[in-house]
Design a protein around this ligand. Structure first.
Ligand code: NAD
Length: 480
């Protein structure tokens, strides 16, 4: 069985401890490879490599850095089939989704920042005849990047690409639950000729490897995507060390559906925003508010369309809902469905684990689930479930739905369905979310800021703001 390796100082290496963790294929529940169980010793080796590579990389001309990033982008494109299959096996997501969304978007991240850095400019400010100020943007140093399992290569590359483009060197940790595409990326970086030590990837547990990166005294910047509780823990360590921090955290995103919406478009998109990737996209809408006069029609059609979704083998073309990423997450989701029932929720469809046959009999499958009759402020409607479970609730007025939508501690994304443009803009202005999609979902323009408010995060990724994050502004004032 394959042993994944760390990528340190340009080479694929074993963990210092020589110990490994099991890596499961969630579609079968079986171990299919092994992950380095790295610790602070491996992080230190990675840090030293990144520190030694920094002086040369940070002054490597932008067009040369760009060439490396574009080469990595084209290698990802060339290896689309291999990477998509690896991500589907690691994560349980339908192969088709990995092939059409995750992996192409990972290539797009390298492409965007490989070209974006060529157009990245700093400012100068003239004080008439008195002085001129100009701002230098200098790479921060060794960046620590930590990412989750739900969109493994896409989110990993969204941190690494701007960091490398900006001239930082990197110590990165993918999720221990989905390490394979990060491992394959290290092979592609070697093929691209990326200089040794510029990017280092250390595999292993959050409490060991992640913690060692976050608490490392000489890593001045942490870019983290993951759960809100982990983010809180990281902030508690990093803030007193005055580290630069970007935290992309959990969500409990609302969909606001008004009766005047384009119904067919809304229905098919809502199906996706509820159950794509088994509901394990941080941007999925898990609380669906429907204007009362549309509620019954929506409910009937939404249930029928949800029941028609094929749950099963992620590699089968017909599959729309694959496996849940891990046994513990599978159990957590089922516990939330039980909680919803005790809170008075009525399960309209789904609600159960799916028992598959043959090779898949020990996989982690859950029926796409719709629940109604729950108050907006119960735990089911306030806490992040991160699975194929949505609640539907009727509303009467815009004011009422905004209050309910804004009632959680989170504020990542939101979706509004209406043909009334004035209302759409009014809601966009008043909703507590870093992202508002009007009559669409998951459309991404990499130039735009990305991130949440409240407990969904601090800082923004995306666009030139990510390059701002990985560089430090230094103002120079010249007296004339
Ligand atoms: P998680 O917080 O458990 O883990 C995320 C990463 O942090 C993993 O690599 C993990 O090993 C590491 N980690 C865990 N403990 C750590 C510690 N003590 N110190 C340092 N690192 C540590 O999250 P997850 O379960 O992998 O991902 C799901 C969560 O991520 C959900 O809450 C989801 O909403 C969120 N998410 C947010 C966004 C966003 O852009 N806001 C995107 C994707 C996922």
């Amino acid at each position: 069985m394959q042993h994944i390796k760390n990528y340190i100082n340009g080479a694929l290496v074993e963990p210092v401890s020589k110990t490994y963790l099991d890596n499961f294929d969630p579609s079968t529940g079986k171990v299919y490879s092994y992950i380095p169980d790295s610790d602070e010793k491996d992080v230190e080796l990675a840090y030293v490599a990144a520190k030694n590579a920094f002086p040369a990389w940070s002054v490597t001309p932008k067009d040369k850095r760009s060439e490396y990033l574009l080469k990595i982008a084209s290698l990802i494109e060339k290896n689309l089939d291999r990477l998509s299959l690896a991500e589907s096996i690691d994560n349980g997501k339908p192969l088709k989704l990995a092939k059409t969304v995750d992996i192409p978007r990972a290539a797009a991240n390298f492409h965007f920042y490989g070209t974006g850095i060529l157009h990245y400019a700093a400012h100068s400010h003239s004080m008439e005849n008195n002085a001129i100020n100009y701002t230098l943007r200098q790479p921060v140093g060794v960046a620590g990047c930590i990412s989750p399992w739900n969109l493994p290569l896409y989110l990993f590359s969204r941190k690494i690409a701007p960091a490398l483009a900006a001239g930082c060197t990197v110590v990165a940790k993918p999720s221990e639950i989905t390490p394979m595409t990060a491992y394959l990326l290290s092979e592609l970086c070697i093929e691209a000729g990326l200089p040794a030590g510029v990017l280092n990837i250390v595999h292993g547990l959050g409490g060991k490897v992640g913690n060692a990166i976050v608490s490392h005294k000489d890593i001045p910047l942490i870019s983290f995507t993951g759960g809100t509780i982990t983010g809180k823990h990281i902030a508690a360590i990093a803030a007193p060390m005055f580290k630069k921090l970007s935290l992309e955290l959990g969500g409990k995103n609302p969909n606001l559906i008004f009766a005047d919406c384009d119904y067919e478009k809304m229905l098919s998109t809502t199906l996706l925003s509820s159950f794509a990737n088994q509901g394990q996209i941080c941007l999925c809408g898990s609380r669906i508010f429907v204007e009362r006069k549309l509620y019954e029609r929506f409910k009937t059609d939404f249930i029928a369309r949800t029941k028609a979704l094929v749950v099963g083998d992620p590699r089968d073309e017909k599959t729309k809902v694959g496996a849940i990423v891990s046994k513990s997450h599978f159990e957590k989701i089922l516990n939330y469905i039980e909680l919803a029932k005790t809170e008075g929720g009525k399960v309209l469809c789904g609600g159960n684990a799916v028992k598959m046959g043959g090779d898949f009999s020990n996989g982690y499958y859950i029926e796409p689930t719709i629940i109604e009759s729950l108050p907006h402020d119960c735990r089911t409607n306030q806490e992040e479930i991160f699975g194929p479970v949505v609640t539907i609730m009727p509303f009467d007025t815009e004011e009422e739905v905004l209050d309910m939508a804004n009632s959680t501690i989170y504020g990542l994304a939101s979706v509004v369905w209406t043909q009334d443009l004035t209302r759409a803009h009014r809601i966009a202005n008043n909703i507590h979310a870093g992202i508002v999609w009007i009559n669409c979902w998951l459309l991404r323009d990499l130039r735009t800021p990305f991130g949440g408010v409240k407990a969904s995060g601090v800082g923004r990724e995306g666009g030139f703001e990510a390059l701002d994050f990985f560089t430090e502004p230094k103002n120079v004032c010249i007296k004339l």
